[in-house]
Design a protein around this ligand. Sequence first.
Ligand SMILES: Nc1nc2c(ncn2[C@@H]2O[C@H](COP(=O)(O)OP(=O)(O)OP(=O)(O)O)[C@@H](O)[C@H]2O)c(=O)[nH]1
Ligand SMILES: [Mg+2]
Length: 477
Amino acid sequence: MRFETDTTICAIATGDEGAPRGIIRITGPKTIAILRDLFPNARESLLAHRYARVIEEVISLPQLGHFPVAIFCWPTDRSYTGQPSAELHMLGAPVLLREVEGRIISLGARLAQGGEFTLRAYLAGRMDLTQCEAVLGLIHAKGERAMRVALEQLAGGLSEPLKMLRRNLIELLADIEAGLDFVDEDIEFVSKADILKRLSQAATQLSDLQSQLSLRSGQQLVPRVVLAGLPNAGKSSLFNAMSREDVAIASDMPGTTRDFLRSRQDRDGLVFDLIDTAGLDDMLEQHSDLEKPPSKEHDPDRQSQRGTIHQLRDADLVLYCTPADMLPSIDGVGNERDQSCFELVADHAPCDVWRVVTKADLSETIAPHGKTLPSFSVSAWKGTGVNELLHAIASCLARTRESEQDVVPMTGQRCREAVDRAIQRIDEARTATELGSGDEVVASELRMALDELGQVAGTVVNNDILDALFSRFCIGK
Ligand SMILES: Nc1nc2c(ncn2[C@@H]2O[C@H](COP(=O)(O)OP(=O)(O)OP(=O)(O)O)[C@@H](O)[C@H]2O)c(=O)[nH]1
Ligand SMILES: [Mg+2]
């Protein structure tokens, strides 16, 4: 990767398979001079303005003919790269674009390397590294959500809190260092209480940043799939069938399951926890005091059902079990108790709730019934539908995992460790302050924390990181 910025670079920024419109980008000190040579008729207008503008021109190419070109021109450093820049928008025929690119090179530019335009934006202080990665994320975005995440990050979603955090720490460091010159004179520049308060604010900001960086359902958190329903709905039997072992007790006595059970599943490469819960029944009339934690409940039945409510709140997906013999009949009249239980579950689960018809062997055919048509039907006894359900869960969770990244994955991978180390340094600084180890020690911990954060933003430059990042860009970006 070339880190010099005194050359003028150019590249075709659009694909080479031909399109109605093609774009050539130029940036660097010679941009305007090159444009003036390329478009002699626009010499005056190219010099006349200091602001970004569009000039309609025609380019004459020997053997190829005359072609209209829209010159988007940023004549000063107020551009993406922080240097005079331009984009030539013209017919997207590859032969034509290559011809014009060749002319620009013959007039004093060189061909840009992949990522060099964004690298210049970074070197000019226009963007920090998290934003450069967001540009890359945008280029490679596979879906709408990935694109939105990249755009938010590009707009400063991560840079702004990072900037504020670094500013606060720099100010604290400056205050402490100012005091170091006067240690012998017993003047206190910044009190111990103030240092501790500011360090604890920094620790909170860092942990916010860390949660922004961690992928919700990535390595840290295993998704949780919770089975819920009325007592005797067949949850524990389904739990056993899905985990292929008899861990949960199933019986025809309502209220068999008291405490929740967990079984780790690995389906289609996706790991998730399946959770069996106590059937909800007594809770149906008790909506008002559901917020009470399970430990505060004295009645064991209600305590176990309260535990179910807590499981629901942490769920990534709920499988609501309705036994086939409780399904609404053709005329739409369903089991009222089951319906209110479904509503209770849907109210408390922060995620999708699928209706799973259990004991499907009890009814030969499951009649469709309007809007409440069940999505899945399974029989734990016969083993039917269980694999299909597991497969659907895995693909649903995989989709969610992909879409729940708060930051461009590359930024997440690169920054998580640096932020962890910064948290450790701030912790050390707090301990040193509490123990009265001396302001020099606190200042040195703060400097190390700032270095770590500098690596996230890219103010502390590490050539390997820059190389790894910018070499992944395509030419013209
Ligand atoms: N016909 C039929 N009966 C089933 C099936 N699955 C479970 N049952 C029966 O339904 C009854 C209740 O099953 P459980 O799995 O204990 O139900 P549960 O929802 O866990 O019940 P609680 O723990 O009390 O909330 C038992 O008698 C099971 O044998 C099935 O696929 N077909
Ligand atoms: Mg059970």
